[in-house]
Design a protein. Sequence first.
Length: 567
Amino acid sequence: MAAITRPRGAERVLATDRFATEIRLARLNILIAFIALALGGLMGVLQILQYNGIDLYRFIKPILPGGYYQGLTLHGVLNVLVFTTFYIIGFLTLITAKAFDKPLVHKGLGWFTFWLMLGGLLMTALPILLNNATVLFTFYPPLKADGFFYLGLTLVVVGTYFLLLNQALTYRVWRKENPKAKIPLPAFMAIVTMSMWVIATIGIAAEMLFLLIPWSFGWVEGTDVLLARTLFWFTGHPIVYFWLLPAYISWYTMIPKQAGGKLFSEPMARVSFVLFLVLSIPIGIHHQYTDPGISAIWKLVHFIFTVGVFFPSLLTFFNVVASLEHAGRSRGGKGWLAWIFALPWKSATFTAQVFAMILFAFGGAGGVINASYNLNLVVHNTAWISGHFHLTVGSAVALSFMGMGYWLVPYLSGRRLFSNFLGLAASWCWLIGMILFSHFMHMLGLLGVPRRSMLGGAPYFNESTYAGVAEWRLLLPVAMVGGLVMFVSAILFYTNMVLTITRGQPEPNQQIPFAEKISGPEDVPAVLDRFWPWVVGAIMLIAINYGPTLYYLISTSRLNIPGLRPW
Ligand code: HAS
Ligand code: CU
């Protein structure tokens, strides 16, 4: 039997590689991320089966006594908090260093970030697994979790701050050595992403420190649910751009090269990113249109600014498609649209990410409907919203991160991708599965299917509980087929990844596919090479858009709501 060879080539290279620490950190973070995605994704399959009356949770009662709701908590926390955050921190650590062509100045800080986040993760995981934190990923009070759940999540978030610190220190040294140069685009984008994220987390940090942690450890009698929700969405909305922007980094700075062309416009790409920095945070109340106690005026203002945050994505749409067109034509493509066929559809990493873009175009369009004050009343808290976020975080982000995995895992392991074909098959399955799943979830939402409710199985799924059940029964199975096709996609993806790491041909000295630009740094005005003007703009807009509401909620706050533990 052929012995499974360790990637000795890669290890030997690592010993002398200037970026050995960044590579190790990226490996560990991305490994944790993909394990989280696998477990979280599995819970998703159980959920859609459960919606259809097939209750597999029954068989794992000794492991997950909380059944559907504990599974849903795991699904949300593992997929949108753990998978995303660890992947992003690993990816941005590597990208920042490589783009500056300079290892991050503080190796110890890099490891401190990692261990703090890992410690936090373990602290969060235990109460969830023990069914002591079945509070879903939004952990709205009065649902109450074990205090260590909140403490652990806080540590994960605090851990991420140290990447920004490390980036800032590295940038300072780089600037001294390169006083005239423009910041390399991927590094600029990585720092903007982390700056936005750190400002965004003020909300959740305040919620944890002043409300949830003292309450869950029994130091105060009760809590204030509206204030908690408002602080949650202060972070909870911009977190979606924290997930999205690293995918955008790949779409802007790597996909053009992988497609065989160049980025259309670096200045426009930077405009998009600084707009995200300014506009991502002061719009969180669009998650609270139905909450009483928040003035209609501020709901309207947050709606208007939500429409504003649409623009950086529209700029991205234009810039990325223009880059793809440039690539298609460079490869000999012709015609108005026929150039599309000249793109490298045989490459798994390219195809997965373009599929992610296509799905995102629909998810983004749905986002405007959610954001519209009056239309939101139709879709809020229904399966429509689950449809929306599977196109956004479940596709634009997750499918991009998997697609990037087809070059990133080989790069990090020093081994060739085991099978490009398996990667293509996985990408097509995700596309088809997600179209079925998300389209029918949207439709089910319009028919009144609530989100986050245990639909399947008596006594829940019957005429007396819900009106319209007959219509739902026709559509739910289609969503289930979509979910199962995505499950197949995941199996193909993981098989490929495991075989790449264990069986792939050694291939050291791989390069990160940074793209060249048609309009590059020479066209970038100085203001798009600075951070502070945009950080100050962001803080001012947050103060205006959140100040009055938070002042009112805090000044009238009474910590008198006791906790609940229904499951
Ligand atoms: Fe959202 C709820 C509004 C984007 C995630 N969103 C959610 C929730 C999640 C989520 C997880 O206003 C549920 C939270 C919960 O648990 O309650 N969302 C928006 C808007 C946008 C948006 C306006 N969402 C995202 C992204 C997410 C995400 C990104 C994750 C990563 N969302 C809402 C609202 C709610 C909401 C309300 C609350 C609903 C409620 O009632 O609870 C926009 O940012 C979207 C802009 C996007 C675009 C698309 C641009 C397309 C591009 C690709 C182009 C390339 C192509 C390739 C097509 C304008 C850039 C072409 C190919 C060739 C070959 C040529
Ligand atoms: Cu939002």
